[in-house]
Design a protein around this ligand. Sequence first.
Ligand code: R5P
Length: 269
Amino acid sequence: MSNVEDAKRAAAKVAVTNHYPKDARWVGIGSGTTIVYVVEAIKALGVDTSLTHYVPTGYQSRQLILNAGLMAVEFDAIPPGTVLDVAFDGADEVDDDLNCIKGGGACLFQEKIVAMQSKEFICVADSRKLQSNLLSNWKYVPIEVAPIAAYRVLRKLEELGSVKPAIRTSLTPKEGPLKTDQGFFIIDAPFPPLLNTADIAAGKTGSGAWQVDALARHIKQIAGVLEVGLFSGMTGPQARSAGGVGGQRPVAAYFGMPDGSVSVRKAAA
Ligand SMILES: O=C[C@H](O)[C@H](O)[C@H](O)COP(=O)(O)O
């Protein structure tokens, strides 16, 4: 097993220990390679999971839940008024404000609606994802788009300043564009590193540099875009005190470090 895998497993264990309510009834399960260790850590808790509903964020996530012997309940089967106790997910990059880039594995739309239906959204990752600004190490924003609008969206992204946005292809070029769980395409849109709140407070507004929320909003407004792989704005507790349900931004992110330790970044209360 590689060090990166060990780091993901260590982060998942601490995140689950700290945030999984022993009496959880509704739990969101994200997508990717790190979430596998979250499910492993949930099983290792040894708590009674027979009454717990696990809400997947796509095909891989659903298979993961079922293969672990847990109960999978699709998002559209959540009873009205039900808020998930917690949702766990991976991330491609997390900034100082706990804004995230997601969608590197082509899952972002279901991940976002599950996060926004949860009291607490928790991210688990390895140290490569821990950055001060989004688009530092991870170079593009994944965007889920309707196939018929893909070329129009590409042009609009260029107008916003993206250099060479591209439709993501499947592993074998013969299969053409990669399809999401919704049958949509993913566009990967490179932008310069995004500003965090410290940059804005310090008056750093370099030319062409976007603030995370502003870029997410502008991209979302393009007709043909289903969802943007920028998770920003309110956390769950903030959204609920404003009369809503949950937020896109995690309340905490756990990063497995190369030395075996786990680093935690928490949202201000
Ligand atoms: O599209 C995939 C999801 O957003 C993943 O959660 C994200 O890409 C992180 O994946 P991994 O845990 O494999 O690094």
